[in-house]
Ligand binder design. Structure first.
Ligand SMILES: *Cc1c(COP(=O)(O)O)cnc(C)c1O
Length: 374
């Protein structure tokens, strides 16, 4: 008898999530100095967290012998003021990934169908499979979620529709008005989950709060991992009807969000100036990378998020070659895009270094292919 005979069959069917490689791993494997390794693989904020958030995190260390506030009172209060919603409409998670999983715990049952884009953020599929439901993956149109096709995929078995806008890894987003119309078109037995992990990078992010207020079954998730630069602390949140949030709380582990993360998140929310600086730097970095890819004759999918996905011909070979130069990017074969790699926007010098490494790999590669065989 093996443990595989004992576990839930759903677990064995789970695809393995491949996270961006940690700097330490790459440095160890390749014998590089970790300080010289550049990670542009997980859409982290190259500017780091707000200095105020870091200060608040450090101060909170003085009381880490205490359990955190399981109800996240202060953070929910701050979110409530920021969004103009009541505190009871927010749930905080160990990253928004946990909030997505709580949706699975609370809502997804065997036999359910869950609609998502083919090429959407892979966690939707993982959560769906873990709870024994059927992922209905709707092909995208030019790497963007096809909302009409997704609406057509909804039936009486559909429990959740997941949409990320901007999506990861494609970087594409749907127009706010289209998202609102899509949300309004869904039947009452379907919960529409809008993943807003990169919403802070958009000028015109969809605002579904009026629809939530009107009783539509809508739930939105957000994170402190991206523009707020707190990925290492693991903190994210979701908002929707207080009734749904109350039910999600039943599935939640009592102390899921740690005290350091809560303190940092509260301070990060207060530092709007830092967010604005990160937004401006990201826009400049996107333009720099976009121009760099163009100069290399590479097609990239236009994105307003903090990353660009580019057709490098062979995503895995590019990933490996850049990694040897100490630059970690993300190959997209796991997303069915073997020709593509995803580059997170870094600081100006970091983007230049990544483009330089890409350029030398591509030119050596082309030179190699074109050299006459001897
Ligand atoms: C990064 C990301 C998240 C955030 O994950 P956390 O668990 O909050 O770190 C959620 N959704 C998408 C689409 C992402 O790219």
């Amino acid at each position: 008898m093996h443990y595989t005979d004992l576990v839930k069959p759903e677990l064995l069917a789970q695809p393995i999530y491949q996270p961006g490689k940690p700097i330490e791993d790459v440095a160890r494997e390749l014998g590089l100095d970790p300080d010289t390794v550049l990670k542009l693989a997980s859409n982290e904020n190259p500017m780091g967290a707000s200095p105020q958030a870091i200060r608040a995190a450090k101060e909170s260390l003085d009381s880490i012998q205490l359990y955190p506030d399981g109800g996240c009172f202060r953070l929910k209060q701050a979110l409530s003021e920021k969004f103009g919603l009541s505190s009871e409409q927010f749930i905080v998670g160990n990253g928004s990934n946990e909030v997505l999983e709580l949706l699975g715990h609370a809502l997804i049952d065997k036999g359910d169908e869950v609609v998502m884009g083919k090429g959407a953020f892979i966690v939707y599929k993982l959560v769906t499979l873990l709870f024994g439901a059927v992922p209905v993956e709707v092909p995208m149109r030019e790497y963007r979620h096809d909302l009409a096709a997704m609406a057509a995929a909804v039936n009486e078995r559909t429990k959740i529709v997941f949409l990320a806008s901007p999506n990861n890894p494609s970087g594409t987003h749907n127009e706010a008005a289209d998202i609102v119309a899509f949300a309004e078109s869904l039947p009452d037995h379907v919960v529409f989950v809008l993943d807003e992990a990169y919403a802070e990078y958009l000028d015109d992010a969809a605002d579904l709060r009026p629809l939530i207020a009107s009783g539509r079954r809508i739930f939105c998730t957000r994170t402190f991992s991206k523009i707020y630069g707190l990925a290492g602390l693991r903190i994210g949140y979701g908002y929707g009807a207080s009734e749904l949030v109350g039910l999600l709380n039943r599935a939640r582990e009592p102390f899921n969000a740690n005290s350091v993360a809560q303190a940092a998140a509260c301070a990060a929310l207060e530092d709007g100036e830092w967010v604005a600086r990160c937004q401006a730097a990201n826009a400049a970095g996107l333009a720099q990378l976009r121009a760099g890819f163009q100069a290399l004759g590479l097609e990239c999918i236009d994105s307003m998020a903090n990353f660009l996905t580019v057709n490098v011909g062979d995503g895995l070979a590019t990933f490996e070659a850049l990694q040897r130069e100490g630059v970690i990017v993300r190959p997209l074969a796991p997303y069915g895009m073997p020709e593509w790699a995803r580059f997170t926007v870094g600081l100006e010098a970091e983007n230049a270094r990544a483009l330089q490494a890409l350029n030398s790999f591509l030119s050596s590669h082309v030179g190699h292919e074109e050299s006459p065989s001897s």
